[in-house]
Ligand binder design. Structure first.
Ligand code: CP
Length: 306
């Protein structure tokens, strides 16, 4: 039976631990061993929204596993512009490929695609809802950096309202023991109430503040997505908050030596490039872990593991 990856909410802690263990196994595999695993298989990447990392890292992962990739990264070149429905697109692409990676601006679109498709569907981001493969690579990055996820003090900073990477990550972190959250955002971009309720229902610590430096001094991790300009109904509201937070070298004076800053990227102006050369910068290593986690996902869902 096919397996999809649509939402972190569908995963148990044991499922997540399984993904982390598989990623660690893949991390240790020689390239020569990987490259035969998905030979002859085809991955379809359907990107109805822009992407650099998610699209290219899935492509890189598939090629490193010996497979091939077809797909599109803008709808202008597809029959969607002629009015083709998502249903018909999926029913067509499943004739060409062994798995589908889909990014779409509408919440729930990946779930719909999975219900239609007879081949595995992987959600690469649906609107403001979920980005489960980003979450798995974020968790793998935390596990590699700290040798644990339980008990970490994590500041989520910036656009907590519209960032699907934050929404998915919160739903995963609450499954671990004793994670303590500090939520740092402008009032207009606070974490949705349903997610705060999920944190509280697990009895986890959850502080809210607008002071990013205070959070950086007190936490192990700062996770900082960009302000999601494209999700604002009114761009005037975006203009009011677009420069709300920027981490620079001065802000990092006196922070714990082990503090790591992560960012799903793309970065706009949230982290000054001067920070890149400091030991606190974890975001490009995080990008590299994206290929490993996506290799693991493809191996499991497309069938390259014994
Ligand atoms: N992190 C992430 O989803 O980046 P892209 O939008 O470039 O895929």
């Amino acid at each position: 039976m096919k397996q999809d990856l649509i939402s972190v909410d569908d995963l148990t802690l044991s499922d997540i631990q399984g993904w982390l263990a598989l990623a660690a196994q893949v991390d240790g595999m020689p390239a020569s061993e990987k490259v035969t695993r998905l030979r002859g298989r085809v991955l379809a990447t359907l990107f109805f929204e822009p992407s650099t990392r998610t699209c290219l890292s899935f492509e890189s992962a598939m090629y490193r596993l010996g497979g091939n990739v077809i797909g599109f990264s803008e709808i202008a070149t597809t029959s969607v512009t002629k009015g083709e429905s998502l249903r018909d697109t999926i029913l067509t692409v499943e004739q060409y490929a062994d798995a589908i990676v889909i990014r779409h601006p509408k919440e729930g679109s990946a779930r719909l695609a999975a219900e239609i498709s007879r081949i595995p569907v992987i959600n690469a981001g649906d609107g403001t809802n979920q980005h489960p493969t980003q979450t798995l690579l974020d968790l793998y990055t935390l596990q590699k950096s700290y040798s644990r996820i339980d008990g970490l003090k994590i500041a989520l900073a910036g656009d907590l309202k519209y960032s699907r990477t934050v929404h998915s990550l919160v739903q995963a972190l609450i499954k671990f023991e004793g994670v303590a959250f500090t939520l740092v955002s402008p009032i207009s971009l606070m974490l949705p109430e349903y997610l705060k309720a999920e944190i509280k229902a697990r009895g986890l610590s959850c502080l809210e503040t607008t002071d990013l430096r205070e959070a950086a001094l007190a936490c192990d991790v700062v996770y900082m997505p960009r302000i999601q300009k494209e999700r604002f109904p009114d761009l005037l509201d975006y203009e009011k908050v677009k420069d709300a937070y920027c981490i620079d070298i001065e802000m990092l004076a006196g922070v714990p030596d082990h503090l790591k800053i992560f960012h799903p990227l793309p970065r706009v102006n949230e982290i000054h490039p001067d920070v890149d050369g400091t030991p606190y910068a974890g975001y490009f290593g995080q990008v590299g872990n994206g290929v490993i986690m996506r290799e693991a996902i493809l191996l499991k869902l497309v069938g390259g593991m014994p």
